[in-house]
Design a protein around this ligand. Structure first.
Ligand code: C2O
Length: 462
């Protein structure tokens, strides 16, 4: 029902005049104006020939963008600086990426959209669309070959050891993700801290830091895949929805540049339906959900969070070694947890925060909850609850929170257990298929663990 309504609203407005409103030199984005744009398909990079036009046009555009002065919004430097930069000039829209917050998915979608239009124009290839790097596929765990060709503009030297010689690869844990949760905030956070951050911190080099990541052309094909996951999550049915009724999510506007070098503004509402609003879809994706911010009335449901308990994490050395700590459950907590586990609208998370990382290391942590004593770690087992990596500036990581869905891990232990072991295992890139030691320059304390319950409440009128 919900989807039919939003579709009708959309059709009613799409016949209106195509116009963009200019306000103080900034064009407000008008989704209707893009309907005339032919639709583009973002293709899977796997198996694409190095001489595929998509890759040739990408390389051609990067070469041309690198010749433009840094002050030109279409230059490679300026485009990367919108995401992040170490330069001290403060030009419009520089350093505006969003991580560790709920704009992660929408902000990066907008960024890719305008970047793609710029490439299209500079490469003079109206059919161009960003490919995506589908590393979940076991045959795509190495850096894609066209990005390793040192004669190509798709290459950068500054990557972690062995990525450019093709012997480094991502592990199954790095690229593990789940789209089962219905809460937008939770899934946006899990994708961001997990597979998204893991690929950044494994490839490392420029990709390892927000201030430099978008200088590496692989950034955009990585994010194309992350953006695809947003579509896939939504496409699972009407229970998977963006926070459409939440003003703090839908109202803020973000600034980018169009292919003519003019500033444009967009809000999350402008990027809900990739095909209809932005003119693109992903190769092989299911039909896109048709959500709209035009919906009236209150939200059909809301998610609320409650902290059940909190523990300081002390006396652990956060280095390149595996480490563990324990959380002790009182009888009252055990009862509360048992109730959460049988309540189908409640979800139990372990949260780690109060991060102190001046120099976020190039590694990924796999997290295990409730693994008994010396049991060996098994990423296929119930105690594996996910991965995280510290992708962000030290300023950002101070506010970073990492959450892990632990319903199954706790259920597997039995709710009578009073002591829950949490194990964190750091890992570097696989080299020739073998694990390599993680590289930590200074210890990375994460000082607090919390148990959080998220409750989905369905509102009466629905
Ligand atoms: Cu804003 Cu993957 O980064």
């Amino acid at each position: 029902m919900k989807r039919e309504i939003s579709r009708r609203n959309f059709l009613a407005t799409s016949t209106g005049a195509v116009a963009s409103v200019t306000l103080l030199g900034t064009s407000m984005f008008d989704a209707r104006a893009t309907l005339a744009v032919p639709s583009h398909v973002r293709r899977d990079l796997g198996g694409m020939s190095p001489t595929d036009t998509i890759l040739l046009s990408y390389a051609k555009a990067i070469r041309a963008m690198k010749t433009l002065p840094n002050t030109n919004p279409l230059s490679w430097c300026y485009q990367a600086a919108i995401h992040g930069t170490l330069l001290s000039d403060h030009m419009t829209a520089w350093n505006t990426c969003h991580h560790y917050d709920r704009f992660f998915w929408p902000w990066h979608r907008m960024y890719l959209y305008w970047f793609e239009r710029i490439i299209r124009k500079i490469a003079d290839d109206q059919n161009w669309a960003l490919p995506y790097w589908d590393y979940a596929s076991p045959s795509q765990r190495m850096l894609p070959a066209p990005f390793r060709d040192s004669t190509s503009p798709l290459y950068v030297a500054n990557r972690g050891p062995h990525w450019n010689d093709g012997t480094a690869s991502l592990s199954p844990e790095d690229v593990h993700y789940s789209l089962v949760l219905q809460s937008f905030n939770a899934v946006n956070a899990l994708i961001q801290q997990g597979v998204h951050a893991s690929v950044h911190k494994k490839v490392c080099g420029l990709m390892g830091n927000t201030a430099t990541a978008a200088q590496d052309p692989i950034f955009f094909v990585h994010h194309s895949n992350i953006d695809r996951l947003w579509d896939m999550w939504l496409a699972q049915g009407s229970a998977y929805a963006n926070p459409l009724h939440d003003g703090t999510w839908k109202i803020p506007k973000f600034t980018f540049f169009n292919e003519d070098g003019h500033p444009v503004e967009m809000s999350a509402c402008d990027v809900l339906r990739a095909q209809q609003q932005l003119g693109y879809s992903y190769e092989g994706e299911p039909p896109q959900a048709s959500e709209s911010c035009l919906e009236l009335g209150g939200p059909p449901w809301t998610f609320s969070e409650k902290v059940l308990a909190q523990w300081p994490i002390t006396n652990v050395e956060w280095t390149d070694k595996m480490f563990s700590f324990q959380i002790v459950l009182t009888d009252k907590l055990k009862e509360q947890i048992a109730l959460v586990l049988i309540h189908k609208n409640q979800t139990l998370f372990l949260q780690l925060d109060q991060v102190d990382a001046d120099n976020p290391p190039c590694l990924v942590w796999s997290v295990f909850v409730g693994l008994p004593g010396n049991a060996s770690v098994d990423p296929q087992g119930a105690s594996f609850v996910g991965t995280f990596a510290l992708f962000g500036s030290s300023h950002e990581s101070a506010s970073a929170k990492f959450i892990f869905l632990i319903n199954s891990a706790i259920a597997a232990m039995g709710t009578n257990t009073g002591v829950v072991a949490v194990k964190l295992i750091p890992h570097g890139a696989l080299i020739n298929g073998n694990s390599s030691p993680p590289d930590v320059e200074s210890p990375v304390p994460i000082r607090r663990a919390s148990l959080i319950v998220e409750t989905k409440k369905t509102n009466k009128q629905h």
